[in-house]
Design a binder for this molecule. Structure first.
Ligand SMILES: Cc1cc2nc3c(=O)[nH]c(=O)nc-3n(C[C@H](O)[C@H](O)[C@H](O)COP(=O)(O)OP(=O)(O)OC[C@H]3O[C@@H](n4cnc5c(N)ncnc54)[C@H](O)[C@@H]3O)c2cc1C
Length: 370
């Protein structure tokens, strides 16, 4: 483990792993290695999301990370990322909410462009939907993240900065010696020595952490997305997210993507794949008809499920875990990975490197210790 002190290993190569690797490599001279078992970065949650950028979320720290990520999207070169690519398609977002003043409203006032919408305006902005919520807010500059472009940009930028990618044969594990992290084993009998390891294993982060001696009450859950056929010649309408109806809909190319906002406890290690729940499929169709009459007759062309790893307070878990020196977390992005992933990766990297960070302390893993 002689050379491990100059190395950070990131376990997991989705948005959490790529973002933390990018910032760890940008902010230090340490060697950074990403260990991922899949041949692609989008094999799991990061390739299965609805890609909606929603800053108006209940948790105030998640909201700040979302704001900070939006600043990077608006000007990627401030974080050393190529600036010529649009990472967000700013088609606008209508959020329907039951309360007149949800917890995020006052906080975002004056910081984000947003306007209250009466029912008539909501219908004009988003003629394909009928909000169930009594209130609505219009975010003209929000929209949908181009996740494939985001992942490819991060992976390319990491590689250009010397980040090494190692494919594990199956489940890589964190190695611990005398109570401290000493590396990652990407395969039986192999070891990458490292004094610092970032657990960015998404829905598997709970078991990866527990196996290293750092259990946390994270909760992998499953959510579905249904894709319906759409006339791609029509310009993309705004994203609509109705908290009262618990449905969201957005356009992607020749498809409408719809999610019923389902949250089912899941055990990804045991499920081994992505079973589709026929009950969720059926009930979504029924609920969709009053919410989006324009989609009622659209053909169902695809459907998938994905895992979202939730902390009890729906806030990411970022930074060092004092129970196992050398272990850091960049996990528990819940349903917000595309919205807050870049700033969360930056906070995790800073905390791992021992640098000051305004948000890492609020996302400390120890807040969740049972
Ligand atoms: C249906 C759905 C809709 C969503 N919609 C939105 C949305 O609209 N807006 C939004 O902002 N977010 C959304 N999200 C959330 C977002 O997709 C996630 O927060 C984000 O992708 C999580 O990224 P991650 O890197 O933590 O996880 P992942 O992308 O799952 O990456 C974790 C990686 O770790 C690897 N790994 C795990 N264990 C090991 C091991 N032992 N050895 C080697 N590799 C390992 C896995 O192979 C995987 O590639 C949605 C998610 C889902 C499922």
């Amino acid at each position: 483990m002689a050379d491990g002190h100059a190395r950070v290993v990131v376990l997991g190569g989705g948005i959490a792993g790529l973002a933390s690797a990018w910032f760890a490599a940008s902010l230090s001279d340490l060697e950074v290695v990403v260990v991922e078992r899949e041949p692609r970065h989008d094999a799991h949650s990061s390739g299965r999301s609805a890609e909606i950028q929603r800053i108006a979320v209940p948790d105030p720290v998640a909201r700040e990370l979302a704001m900070a990520t939006d600043a990077i999207y608006a000007d990627p070169k401030t974080s050393g990322l190529p600036s010529e690519l649009d990472l967000v398609e700013r088609v606008g977002l209508v959020v329907g909410h039951a309360a007149a003043e949800p917890e995020w409203l006052g906080d975002l006032e004056g910081r984000v462009e947003m306007h209250p919408l009466d029912p008539e305006e909501a219908r004009r902005r988003a003629p394909h939907t009928r909000l169930e919520a009594a209130h609505a807010t219009w975010f003209p500059t929000a929209g949908q993240v181009n996740a494939p472009r985001l992942l490819a940009t991060l992976a390319r930028s990491c590689a250009a900065r010397g980040v090494r990618f190692v494919r594990s044969s199956g489940e890589a594990r964190i190695e611990v010696e005398d109570g401290r992290v000493c590396g990652v084993a990407p395969a039986l009998g192999e070891s990458i020595p490292a004094a610092r390891v970032i657990n960015a294993a998404g829905a598997w982060a709970r078991e990866v952490g527990a196996a290293a001696g750092a259990p946390l009450p994270l909760r992998p859950t499953r959510r579905h997305v249904l894709a319906f056929g759409r006339d791609a010649r029509v310009a993309a309408p705004p994203v609509v997210w109705d908290d009262a109806a618990a449905l969201y809909v957005r356009a992607r190319g020749d498809r409408w993507l719809v999610s019923p906002c389902d949250v089912h406890d899941a055990a990804p290690a045991e499920e081994g794949g992505y079973p589709i729940d026929p009950d969720v499929m059926g009930s979504t169709r029924d609920r969709l008809t009053p919410f989006a009459p324009a989609l009622a007759d659209a053909p169902l062309v695809d459907a998938w499920a994905g895992y979202r790893d939730l902390a009890p307070d729906d806030r990411p878990v970022l930074g060092r875990d004092p129970r196992v020196p050398g272990l850091s977390w960049c996990a528990s992005f819940g349903g917000h990975g595309m919205t807050l992933g870049l700033a969360a990766g930056r906070s995790a990297a800073r905390a791992t490197l021992g640098l000051e960070d305004p948000w890492a302390a609020h996302c400390d893993p120890m807040r969740l210790r049972e």
